[in-house]
Ligand binder design. Structure first.
Ligand code: AP5
Length: 227
């Protein structure tokens, strides 16, 4: 089962991908997390990516495509995966189609998380991430038991640098300029389903699982050739 989670910054893609990945036992592949890991590690890719991430701009296609290609070819993706934050441009969407075609495969489903700008701003201004294990919190909607401390590992919680208001506005601008075309691309291909996401995390999770069960009832039979 190969799924793409599409939607503006703060739509809740990462939150849902975490849960669905556990439920369906397929990896959650977040292009944002992979890029941030490269930044943290100080690799050549990370040094290049940092410049764009901090400004709220998209990292050049070739850098992201190479990272995603490597990840999809890993063994744990044989039964499928959830792509979160990729593709974000038409060119990335076309490369992904080509990549899967070469593996004798294709995307099964694209879930588009539609959310208002007001929700995005509220969600991103309150988002906190564990600096140790990466767990995701929200000061109001998903608060930790002790303020500023991760429930899972006791790590310190941080506000992501690109979640400051001016960068969020830039990310939203970039999204409407470059990623809305990707929504249209998948609408035309007939595999996109839209989920109204100005509701609670639990309601969205139930809707996602219903879509998956309804559209992919035989998902355990799906397999991909991994070179
Ligand atoms: P990336 O990390 O992918 O960020 P994003 O797409 O902007 O998405 P976010 O992680 O901000 O939001 P989300 O939808 O996952 O929301 P979340 O679940 O965390 O990308 C960052 C940067 O990397 C980009 O700007 C770019 O520079 C680069 N990049 C990444 N991919 C790229 C690509 N393919 N090409 C080029 N460049 C790329 O939820 C947000 C908050 O809301 C959390 O606190 C959560 O607890 C809370 N929340 C979630 N759902 C709900 C709900 N239903 N109700 C209330 N609160 C909720």
């Amino acid at each position: 089962m190969r799924i793409v989670f599409l939607g503006p910054p703060g739509a809740g893609k990462g939150t849902q991908a975490e849960t669905i990945s556990k439920e369906e036992k397929i990896p959650h592949i977040s292009s944002g997390n992979l890029l941030r890991e490269a930044v943290e590690a100080g690799t050549e890719t990370g040094v290049k990516a940092r410049y764009y991430i901090e400004k709220g701009l998209l990292v050049p296609d070739q850098i992201v495509v190479d990272i995603i290609k490597d990840r999809i070819l890993k063994n744990d993706c044989k039964r499928g995966f959830i792509l979160d934050g990729f593709p974000r441009t038409l060119s990335q969407a076309r490369v992904l189609d080509e990549m899967l075609k070469n593996l004798g495969s294709r995307l099964d489903l694209v879930l588009y998380f539609a959310v208002s700008k007001e929700s995005v701003v509220l969600r991103l201004s309150g988002r906190r991430i564990c600096t140790n294990c990466g767990a995701n919190y929200h000061t109001t909607y998903v608060p930790p038991s002790i303020e500023g401390i991760c429930n899972k590992c006791g790590g310190r919680l941080n506000h992501r640098a690109d979640d400051k208001p001016e960068t969020v506005l830039e990310r939203l601008r970039v999204y409407s300029e470059q990623t809305e075309d990707v929504v249209e691309y998948y609408k035309k291909s007939g595999i996109l389903k839209e989920i109204q996401s100005d509701v609670s995390i639990e309601i969205i999770t139930k809707t996602v699982l219903d879509f998956i069960k309804c559209i992919l009832p035989d998902r355990d039979k799906y397999n991909m050739r991994v070179i």
